[in-house]
Design a protein around this ligand. Structure first.
Ligand SMILES: Cc1cc2nc3c(=O)[nH]c(=O)nc-3n(C[C@H](O)[C@H](O)[C@H](O)COP(=O)(O)O)c2cc1C
Length: 182
């Protein structure tokens, strides 16, 4: 099974990207997690959105199409998702209600330095995905609070309780994706 992991942050040391890498530790053999970097996706512009799309956008659409499921990790910017992630979803959401997002089983996570772990952004993200007919894994939620203290210098999640919970999340999520695809 192929999972496409997309971080809503393109900065080099992104905590959300680190979270997605950590999530990759907790999948069964036979499941792969591939990270897609949104750095080259241009601002949505209807003038560029025709049968031929910018190469980076086409690469995103192809990667979503080829994946059995998506795993999104968003930062929280002013109580919502990052513009980077929203922009990518906007590109992927056309044609409306018949896009590559339609029916693609998707897990939603967040991380932030605050004690809420980006939970408010996750709520917005679920709403946005509803508009694109993207089915979202409902529970449990995974929001990584105080994320700047969560990883060691090798990007390993240090807290055993957090590791256990991420493992539970990933088992539940990947089994749900498998059921959705069956
Ligand atoms: C413009 C901006 C707005 C932010 N707003 C919030 C916020 O509303 N809530 C929050 O918990 N963190 C907020 N933060 C902190 C980010 O969640 C934090 O920097 C996070 O680590 C960014 O994700 P990244 O490490 O994956 O880049 C904000 C950061 C920026 C740059």
């Amino acid at each position: 099974m192929k999972i496409l992991a997309i971080s809503g942050s393109v900065r080099k040391d992104s905590l959300n990207t680190q979270l997605l890498r950590a999530a990759g530790e907790f999948v069964d053999e036979g499941t792969s997690i591939e990270l897609f970097d949104l750095a080259d996706i241009p601002f949505y512009n209807g003038d560029l959105d025709g049968d031929t799309k910018p190469a980076s956008v086409q690469a995103l659409l192809d990667a979503i199409t080829a994946a059995d499921g998506m795993l999104l990790a968003t930062p929280e910017y002013n109580y919502s998702v990052s513009g980077v992630l929203k922009n990518a979803i906007d590109w992927a959401s056309r044609p409306a209600f018949n896009s590559v997002l339609c029916g693609k089983p998707t897990g939603v996570m967040s991380s932030s330095m605050s004690t809420l772990g980006g939970a408010r952004a996750q709520v917005h993200l679920r709403d946005i995905l509803a508009a694109t007919l993207t089915p979202v894994y409902l529970a449990p939620d995974f929001a990584l609070a105080s994320a700047h203290t969560a990883f060691d210098e090798n990007g390993r999640l240090v807290d055993e309780g957090t590791r256990d919970f991420l493992q539970k999340y990933m088992m539940g999520y990947t089994h749900w994706v498998a059921r959705q695809r069956a």
